[in-house]
Design a protein around this ligand. Structure first.
Ligand SMILES: C[S@@+](CC[C@H](N)C(=O)[O-])C[C@H]1O[C@@H](n2cnc3c(N)ncnc32)[C@H](O)[C@@H]1O
Length: 221
């Protein structure tokens, strides 16, 4: 992304998307659909979470997932949600009633954490909004701040393999995402890029309860 594109991206989130993000998701996914997707992320990560772990929700948006995870895990864990957009972070902060959770404004390209700081990192629905260079840079930052043996969870779009579902997917998500994001390019290259960035792929799980339109990729450093 050029500096100009990055400035525009932030402005669009701050001035427009953050105001309608939560309601937009509920309309696009339905309230129960969103719950199913958020719960799938928690279910995949929870077996790895130990007391006193540090968890980063990178590109946390309005913090819905961050707050859900915080509410379901040990109070001794420390959870940090960061995002580039102050509009998104302001919404997230309003939802926070937990002393062990903080939200902060931060660019995933330049994370202000020391090496090997986190036990787990999550990135939900953000990699498809990054171009290849930015994605590789962000993956390298995640690798730097994650402890050896730490878990990295990606929640992302997924084009189903079944032809009937693929047609529906392209109708539902494909058109908009082709125009506004790097979703298809990201899906084609992500596994290669993750290996190149030093992660070990543990599992790739299409979310069947949501027609396999989304996936979780679980990785280990
Ligand atoms: C589609 S939203 C997903 C939000 C949230 N993770 C969720 O699951 O609802 C993508 C988010 O990524 C954030 N984002 C994109 N690039 C970023 C970057 N370089 N650093 C931090 N946040 C970024 C955007 O501001 C936006 O809030």
């Amino acid at each position: 992304m050029t500096e100009y594109q990055s400035k525009r991206y932030k402005e669009v989130y701050n001035l427009f998307i953050s105001k309608f993000y939560d309601i937009g998701l509920k309309i696009g996914l339905t309230p129960s659909g969103e719950k199913i997707l958020r719960a799938s992320v928690f279910k995949s990560l929870s077996p790895y979470i130990k007391r006193k772990d540090r968890i980063l929700d990178l590109c946390c948006g309005t913090g819905t997932l961050t707050v859900l995870i915080t509410s379901l895990i040990y109070r001794e864990c420390k959870i940090i949600g960061v995002d580039l957009s102050f509009g998104q972070i302001a919404k997230a902060q309003k939802k926070n009633k937990y002393p062990n959770l903080i939200f902060a404004l931060m660019d995933a390209n330049e994370l202000k954490f020391s090496n090997n700081y986190f036990d787990h990192v999550i990135i939900s629905a953000a990699l498809h909004e990054m171009d290849k260079n930015q994605r590789l840079n962000v993956l390298s930052e995640i690798h730097r701040i994650l402890k050896r043996g730490g878990i990295f969870l990606i929640f992302e779009h997924h084009e189903p393999s079944k032809i009937s579902l693929r047609i529906l997917y392209n109708f539902y998500l494909g058109f908009i995402e082709k125009v506004t994001s790097h979703s298809f390019e990201m899906q084609r290259n992500i596994l290669k890029e993750l290996k190149k960035s030093g992660f070990k792929i543990l599992k790739q799980i299409p979310i069947k309860k949501f027609l396999s339109f989304f996936q979780i990729i679980l990785l280990k450093k």
